[in-house]
Design a binder for this molecule. Sequence first.
Ligand code: THU
Length: 147
Amino acid sequence: MTDRELIRAAFEARKMSYSPYSGFQVGAALLAENGKIYTGCNIENAAYTPTNCAERTAFFKAVSEGVRGFQKIAVVGGRKDAKRLAYCAPCGVCRQVMREFCEEKTFRILLAVSEEEYREYRLEELLPESFGPDNLTIHAPEQKEAL
Ligand code: THU
């Protein structure tokens, strides 16, 4: 699966964006370790806070089907009438969801404005000093004594 193909899938997913309140359309395409692509779009709500970002839609589709290993994600976003897109970085909540299921040093995040133009980040760059599943089980020596 080339980066270009994954970005194309994110552009396709963006077409499904339900964003009548912000007018900001986002699409994501998540490549799992099994080679399958899970796509997502942002889904807004009249009550605003139930809104789900494109990235989380993609993750939750995959995880709800039993898939928990991922290689990379492509994200494209911008106002629906934009002639040219700007790079759309994942929000903090989506970064934290990535942290739950992805390897910090190897998971690739592609922010694209076209199939050819994209910026690439590793999860550890976008979410440094993060809190993840390990924090709940690994304790500092002094904490261990107290347990
Ligand atoms: N949004 C995403 O779907 N992903 C991002 O990375 C940033 C923001 C959505 C949420 C909301 O529907 C709209 O963009 C404006 O914030």
